[in-house]
Design a binder for this molecule. Structure first.
Ligand code: ADP
Ligand code: ZN
Length: 574
């Protein structure tokens, strides 16, 4: 009886899940168009009413299943990877699930103890400690402010007694925060290396445990070991895993997390200041951390580790190319100027990719060509090797779209830099890109923000001018996201809009005062107005737009010199 009941319950769950898969559905005709254009990567074929398909850009959709005889052949002829689901009927399926459940339950206990074993054994890795005398500040390029701030900590580890004598209370904990790949781990290692003390690296996620109390006991073990070693650097990466804001109303899950965090706080207040132990923690998100962690005596020194600026990028590129055979033509200064928003780790990756490409081609040295290929790979993923599938029309649309972005940037302000425009599609589904580099300055003006919105709208505007209102494409979706985001902050939080004045709407929101309707309308009007301006600007320079797009169609990628040349020849003529 129980069994039958179970089966009934499970099968109803099964049907429910099946009908609510929440996938995007597209019309069959659109699917056929995708198929024609070679955009369909995989299709899951069975006898149900809808089939699942996966596009080249890994987007998933469902569409109607025609259930015709030749359908599979049609798919195969378009190079689609057809996956046929085995024909398990809905009646047998629940039974299989039930069997799996019973087995799952059976193994569950076994696995728990395995998990615990694993946790116990990884604990011993904490105990070993790591000597890192080789890594020092010489291995960290840029990050000057962070290094200066850490110098003091190193001196404290070396001479804790002096600090004690002068009654200086030094931070016990240092929190490094900033984007991933900016060198936080590297800096922590360098601190241990410079101070010549053992380095104990752990990860916040190591303390998130299945067994109650294990996280907390691991914290205590860690500190015990460090104390026994004397001077040392403990490094807790991803501290946000254990240091999230505590909830007052504890549910069982977070209670365990709180216990771990409390253990950490207790240990940190527990050890004496002159021991020469420093805890360095790292996070990408300081805003989610529990305030208790940031109080004096805990992680009271907070150092931002920022994305490198142009000079730092140059230094990092120099450092990581030291051991690589670079051809003289590779200009690291130029490369540094073209790699805005790259983290140190991305820059390192760029050089590494270039070296791999050179090796693959059995070249003697890394040349500009290899660098360019690597640059593209790091930025947008592998170039699509087979470009034949993109039909001529799509290529044209991309060319005008990207030319629109680039031209608006240049027309608004000559000093705007557009370092690279490309219509080479990538495997990640990016059709092309126009890379404009904003002038490096501390504050952005209202004019800058308005210009950025217009640059973002330039792609769609060009499409409309060239192909007509009815033929605008989905290619502008991320542009519109960006434009809306800028417009919304300009009006709602930055106090730059005449109508809305100086009010900051996020304050209102936090007090639950709703103001959304007006701001939505105002944002829309602003965008509409700027879009109009963008269209007019492009229309007035239609010849230039044409020329840039044609050059893109011819060469696929053009750089700053090309764009300037095109604009200058036009100005000379007119
Ligand atoms: P994070 O901990 O901030 O995520 P990492 O310290 O793990 O970043 O950095 C990953 C790699 O990137 C480093 O091992 C190094 O090769 C490179 N890197 C990052 N920042 C720098 C830098 N400032 N100088 C030199 N190399 C860097
Ligand atoms: Zn665009």
């Amino acid at each position: 009886m129980l069994l039958i009941l179970l089966i009934a319950i499970i099968s109803s769950i099964f049907v429910f899940v099946k009908n609510n898969s929440g996938e995007n559905e597209i019309p069959y005709t659109l699917f056929l168009m995708h198929l024609e254009n070679g955009l369909v990567e995989e299709a899951y074929l069975d006898e149900s009413a809808k089939i699942k398909i996966i596009l080249d850009n890994s987007n998933e959709f469902v569409t109607d299943n025609p259930r015709t005889e030749g359908f599979k052949e049609l798919l195969l002829m378009h190079d689609v990877n057809v996956i046929e689901k085995s024909q398990i009927s809905n009646q047998i399926m629940p039974l299989i699930i039930l069997a799996a459940l019973v087995f799952g339950l059976f193994y569950f206990r076994k696995n728990i103890s395995k998990q615990a074993e694993k946790e116990m054994s990884s604990m011993s890795s904490i105990e070993s400690g790591e000597y890192n005398t080789q890594i020092g500040f010489k291995d960290v390029a840029g990050n000057e402010e962070a290094k200066a701030s850490l110098e003091e900590i190193i001196d404290f580890i070396k001479n804790p007694k002096i600090y004690k004598e002068f009654g200086v209370r030094l931070p016990r904990g240092v929190l490094l925060y900033g984007s991933p790949g900016t060198g936080k781990t590297l800096l922590a290692k360098a601190v241990a290396g410079e101070a010549n003390v053992p380095f104990y690296p752990v990860n916040g996620s190591d303390f998130v445990q299945v067994y109650a109390g294990l996280g907390a006991s691991r914290i205590r073990d860690l500190f015990k070991k460090a104390k026994e070693a004397g001077k040392s650097v403990i490094f807790i990466d991803e501290i946000d895993c254990i240091g999230k804001k505590r909830k007052s109303s504890s549910v069982s899950g977070s209670e365990e997390g709180d216990r771990t965090l409390n253990a950490l706080l207790a240990e940190m207040s527990g050890f004496k200041e002159n021991e020469g132990i420093v805890i360095v923690a790292a996070t990408n998100r300081i805003d989610v951390l529990d305030e208790a962690l940031l109080r004096p005596g805990r992680f009271d020194r907070q150092i931002e580790v920022e994305l490198p600026d142009i000079n730092a990028r140059y230094e990092i590129l120099k450092l990581h190319s030291k051991n690589k055979p670079l051809n003289n033509e590779v200009d690291l200064r130029k490369l540094a100027s073209e790699t805005m928003y790259f983290s140190g780790s991305k820059l390192e990756n760029l050089l590494n990719e270039a070296a791999m490409i050179a090796i693959k081609l059995r070249a003697k040295e890394i040349t500009n060509e290899h660098m360019n290929k690597a640059y593209y790979k790091v930025l947008v993923g592998d170039e699509k090797l087979d470009r034949t599938y993109i039909n001529k029309k799509d290529k044209e649309i991309t060319a005008y779209h990207e030319a629109g972005h680039a031209l608006i940037a240049k027309l608004i302000d000559k000093t705007n830099r557009v370092t690279k425009v490309s219509i080479i599609p990538s495997t990640k589904g990016v059709g092309g890109f126009s890379l404009n580099i904003p002038v490096d300055k501390m504050y952005k003006t209202k004019k800058d923000l308005l210009s950025n919105i217009m640059i973002a709208l330039g792609g769609r505007a060009a499409e409309e001018i060239v192909f007509g209102k009815d033929n605008i494409t989905t290619g502008a979706s991320s542009d519109l996201e960006k434009a809306t985001d800028i417009a919304l902050s300009l009006i709602g939080t930055l106090g730059m809009d005449d109508d809305f004045g100086l009010i900051n709407l996020s304050v209102l929101m936090s007090k639950d005062i709703r103001e959304d309707k007006n701001i939505v309308m105002r944002t829309k009007d602003t965008l509409d107005e700027l879009y109009c301006q963008t269209v007019i600007t492009l229309k007035n320079s239609r010849d230039l737009l044409e020329k840039i797009a044609q050059e893109l169609l011819l060469n696929e990628t053009i750089d700053e010199n090309d764009i300037n040349r095109i604009i200058n020849t036009f100005e000379a003529v007119s």
